[in-house]
Design a protein around this ligand. Structure first.
Ligand SMILES: Nc1nc2c(ncn2[C@@H]2O[C@H](COP(=O)(O)OP(=O)(O)OP(=O)(O)O)[C@@H](O)[C@H]2O)c(=O)[nH]1
Ligand SMILES: [K+]
Ligand SMILES: [Mg+2]
Length: 418
């Protein structure tokens, strides 16, 4: 039996099984089996080390990356042209786009790479169409923009299908990683602990966890749960290889539906309605464009204006940091400027929303806010020399210690020989 059929069989069994205390373990084990089969399926057909295949291997450019995911002909390419000015072919027939087409969206001084991708259909995660490559691109993006055709029947189901395709390959949308520490070990059995009561894992969470681990041939591991996790989250932690992505939705073509229907759609979570043709919510020349603004928010982009001592800040070219990528701390700012900057860092002076008073003297871990002004103060020559002396001293101690240890060892060996 192929993996596909096995998956179908398990899904059918899960649907048949009533959800109650007695079937809790059984369902948990089935979920673990299912996750395993799906990942096997992906590796089987992934080809050549699992990296993206021809036409999908696009270099990362800009401050962050967003992938356009949707059914065929919902208007992804039309949208990408509007957002980035890239000439990605758009047409009235399905599967116009066949590869990954990158473009750059300029917004509030940042450069966001937008990936136009082929349309996907149900079963994409299992290799239908170019689904596998498309989903691999989504996995590598910092955020996902799901594009839907507001005029299509069964719209809510479309949204669900797309979510399921992404979930299937371990992409978790708008979720935080579970607050759980899980470490595999070579011996010692399974150690299970939690700092909060676990209400969603049945009467014996440890037994359930052990059972799921057995499915993955993990006999020894330690697991510490710091939040009340669900069975799905437990499976995710044990399986590993999950990515957590922000995801927003754009309902395109609202020029084809009634105002009552639009009214329903605006209530959907994480969503924006609009029309590329009518330039509604996607007006290219406008700075306060609603769709660009939503993408910006979901990427957690933050503009930082740097300044030198005694000079005004450089307002023309902000350093753009992403909360999704490397975070928005003073440390990320230094790393963004140069590696030397972090080495010579003494303290930062911060003006703006993140500062309690202006300027606030901050360390590397201080989280910055959008439009903060930052002056990095580096160590003086004397401080740098002190640092070097200190390091040399520590190295000296360490050398002496090792020399002594070595001598003691030799002595002992000598004694033994005699
Ligand atoms: N009515 C209407 N039609 C639109 C709108 N945006 C795009 N279209 C049309 O939708 C059709 C499909 O557009 P594409 O941009 O090729 O769609 P796609 O999602 O890239 O399609 P594939 O690459 O085939 O997956 C084209 O005929 C567009 O002109 C819109 O806002 N309103
Ligand atoms: K099309
Ligand atoms: Mg297209």
């Amino acid at each position: 039996m192929g993996a596909m059929e096995k998956i179908k069989e398990i899904e059918a069994e899960m649907a048949r099984t009533q959800k109650n205390k007695a079937t809790n373990y059984h369902l948990g084990t089935l979920k673990a089996k299912l996750a395993k089969l799906r990942s096997e399926l992906l590796i089987e057909g992934g080809g050549g080390g699992g990296g993206p295949s021809e036409g999908f291997d696009v270099a990362r450019l800009g401050d962050a990356r967003v992938a356009l995911i949707g059914f065929p002909s919902v208007g992804k390419s039309t949208l990408q042209c509007k957002l980035t000015g890239t000439e990605s072919e758009a047409a009235a027939y399905e599967f116009t786009t066949l590869t990954c087409i990158p473009g750059t969206m300029h917004y509030k001084g940042s450069k966001v790479q937008v990936l136009d991708l082929p349309g996907i259909i149900e079963g994409a995660a299992h290799g239908k169409g170019r689904g596998r490559e498309v989903i691999a691109c989504a996995r590598n993006a910092d955020a996902i923009l799901i594009v839907l055709d507001a005029g299509k029947e069964g719209l809510n189901r479309h949204r669900e299908i797309l979510e399921k395709e992404l979930e299937t390959v371990g992409i978790r949308l708008n979720q935080k990683p579970p607050n759980v520490t899980f470490v595999k070990k070579s011996t010692g059995g399974v150690k299970f602990a939690s700092t909060v009561p676990l209400t969603k894992l049945g009467p014996d969470p440890e037994k359930l966890a052990t059972q799921i681990m057995r499915e993955y041939r993990i006999n020894s591991a330690s697991l510490l749960a710091r939040e009340d996790i669900s069975v799905d989250q437990l499976v995710d932690v044990i399986v590993g290889n999950r990515v957590y992505k922000p995801c927003c939705y754009f309902y395109n073509k609202i020029d084809t539906i009634t105002i009552e229907e639009v009214d329903q759609l605006v209530r959907m979570p994480h969503s924006l309605v609009g029309s590329v043709h009518k330039r509604f919510n996607v007006g290219e020349p406008l700075e306060d464009d609603a769709l660009k603004s939503m993408i910006w928010d979901y990427l957690g982009l933050t503009r930082i204006y740097t300044k030198r001592k005694g000079q005004p800040p450089d307002l023309a070219e902000p350093v753009v940091l992403s909360a999704i990528r490397k975070g928005t701390s003073v440390k990320s700012l230094c790393q963004n400027v140069s590696t030397q900057m972090l080495r010579d860092f003494n303290f930062a002076l911060v003006w703006g929303k993140s500062a309690k008073h202006s300027p606030q003297r901050c360390g590397v871990n201080h989280p910055l806010a959008d439009e903060d002004v930052v002056q990095i103060v580096t160590k003086t020559n004397k401080q740098q020399q002190n640092d070097k002396n200190y390091q040399a001293m520590v190295q000296g101690f360490s050398d002496k210690y090792h020399k002594k240890k070595l001598e003691a060892k030799k002595k002992k060996q000598g004694k033994l020989r005699r």
